[in-house]
Design a protein around this ligand. Structure first.
Ligand code: SIN
Length: 536
């Protein structure tokens, strides 16, 4: 059983700090909402590392928004719904496609510089987009540019206080209202930060897998703490594997952007043969789940651990100009993008599920909001359309800030029962525990799943639950506990969904089953699993 809190504490004995709004996490969702919220409120931004450490920083492709005259919100809507494989919430998609362009204007106004060509925004295409609608920066360093601009803004604001290297252990709730958070300072001491509103912007769960495009901080902290606090969690079985991450001895699984395929790159097996022709009419730009599974199949057929991505037929000048970051990175491993085929394989990339929110980013707990990858707004359905995530963060970030402005001051007096006493002590071999978890996830809850494997995976994960018997103190221990929580939520949801759709593929139920399964799987700590039908 996953306990309500990770550590034992008595609220009365903890130092207390008061602010208007707490923002946890420093990716695009955290930075953007903090800046917007600071126009009206005092904001405390808490990061477990620093403002420059987030998944956003590694985003290459860009941000999808309807900018071109040839595009329309309706086209963007259709592309998003098709990629989402019948599980998108159409109201949330409408919000995204109509409010995206204004959000982009905000980003520009906050100092982000997107690439311009012939006096207009340069727009690229990625998988499953029918139009060129993806803005990018410095070619393939969009996330880094957004983080640069927004973090500079954040640091300048007198209304935003930043706590780096602080760990949020848990949400403090009382009668289904979030009162604030329990924080551990770098020296190990703890305090209670009370706020009128708390926004989780903690990103995804990439570290559930050994092979991931995500940095090591992507440990599902927000989802796990919201689950412990009783929030509704949704669609955790839908995990997106990016088809093309660098797969080269000694190199991390560096992202090789889908924009490469948008600009003409093709996939080849180790025999040099293209294979997407036999899989999907959109070829290399088919939805991500389709491309990722096709790659794995090709790897199996050719008994190889990778396939190649090939853009050598495009001009070397264009490739270097458009993908300077990927070009330079590959070169450090002796691979020249302009003349070599680059070995790639799928890697965990994005969690479609997360904390269920309404159209204002509000979770099922009052005064608790979720923004960005940690949330399940309903935009992505079973499979996220490329580059929709940065847009989702700004569109729903704006809405969250509007909603918070309408909140009354919350009642500050409440009586929280003390939690039980667990021994505090160093945990053995946490690195091994994390590797073991990642191994279980890859083996049983990867790109291709089946009922027997999922049962086995859940059984093995449950053996690790003893971690909750100690009072957790170190960052690695807390991250492991959060990862384990997310691993269980994902694998149990995957076992329940007996069909294949988007980012969830069951070889024992290989078809999409709209009659039974056009619905979400929800989980809540005290209520177990329930279902929610899709609203068109
Ligand atoms: C990419 O550049 O391929 C990743 C973009 C995304 O995941 O949205």
């Amino acid at each position: 059983m996953i306990p309500r809190y990770l550590v034992d504490f008595s609220l009365d004995k903890l130092p207390r700090v008061q602010t208007d709004v707490i923002v946890i996490g420093a990716g695009i969702a955290g930075l953007f909402t903090a800046i917007r919220a600071s126009e009206r409120h005092n904001v405390l931004m808490i990061t477990k590392k620093s403002l420059l450490d987030s998944n956003t920083r590694y985003a290459q492709g860009g941000i999808a928004a309807v900018i071109s005259d040839e595009d329309s919100p309706e086209y963007h809507r259709q592309d998003t719904l098709i990629a989402g494989a019948g599980l998108c919430d159409s109201d949330a998609v409408d919000v995204l496609v109509h409010e995206g362009p204004e959000g982009v204007q905000d980003l520009i106004q906050m100092g982000t510089q997107f690439d311009i060509e012939n006096g207009e925004f340069a727009l690229t295409k990625e998988g499953a987009h029918s139009q060129r609608r993806i803005l990018h920066a410095h070619g393939d360093a969009t996330g880094a540019e957004i983080v640069r601009a927004l973090s500079e803004r954040t640091k300048l604001s007198k209304q935003i206080q930043i706590w780096d290297d602080h760990i949020v252990l848990d949400l403090i709730t009382y009668e289904n209202e979030c009162k604030g958070v329990l924080v551990q300072k770098p020296d190990g001491s703890r305090l209670f930060v009370q706020a009128n509103a708390t926004i989780l912007c903690t990103g995804g769960t990439g570290q559930l897998y050994r092979y991931t495009t995500n940095p090591d901080i992507a440990t599902g902290d927000g989802i796990a703490m919201a689950y412990r606090a009783g929030a509704v969690i949704r669609d955790m079985e839908f995990i997106q594997f990016h088809p093309t991450s660098l797969c080269y001895p000694g190199a991390p699984r560096f992202l090789i952007s889908e924009a490469l395929r948008g600009e003409g790159a093709v996939l080849r097996n180790i025999r040099g043969e293209r294979f997407m022709e036999k899989v999907h009419p959109m070829l290399e730009l088919a939805p991500r789940d389709v491309v990722a599974r096709a790659i794995v199949r090709e790897m199996e057929l050719t008994k190889s651990t990778f396939v190649y991505i090939d853009i050598t037929h495009e001009s070397a000048e264009m490739v270097r100009h458009r993908f300077p970051n990927i070009y330079e990175y590959c070169l450090t491993y002796g691979l020249d993008l302009t003349s070599d085929w680059i070995p790639v394989a799928p890697a965990a990339h994005y969690m479609m599920g997360g904390i269920r929110t309404d159209l204002n980013g509000q979770t099922s707990i009052e005064r608790l909001y979720a923004c960005g990858e940690v949330s399940s707004t309903g935009v992505h359905g079973a499979n996220r359309l490329a580059s929709n995530s940065l847009s989702e963060a700004i569109v729903f970030g704006r809405r969250i800030v509007e909603h918070i402005a309408s909140l009354s001051e919350q009642n500050q007096t409440f009586d929280l029962a003390e939690s039980s006493h667990r021994p505090e002590g160093p945990m053995q071999a946490i690195v091994e525990k994390r590797l073991k978890l990642q191994k279980i996830m890859l083996r049983y809850v990867g790109l291709v799943r089946n009922g027997r494997g999922l049962e086995k995976g859940i059984e093995e994960l449950k053996r690790q639950l003893s971690v909750f018997e100690s009072c957790l103190t170190k960052r690695e221990e807390i991250e492991f506990a959060n990862l384990l929580t997310c691993a269980l939520l994902a694998s149990e949801s995957a076992l329940i969904r007996e069909e294949s759709r988007g980012g969830h593929y069951r070889e024992d139920f290989p078809e999409k089953d709209d009659l039974i399964w056009r619905k979400h799987v929800l989980i809540q700590r005290d209520h177990g699993f329930t279902e929610e039908r899709i609203h068109d």
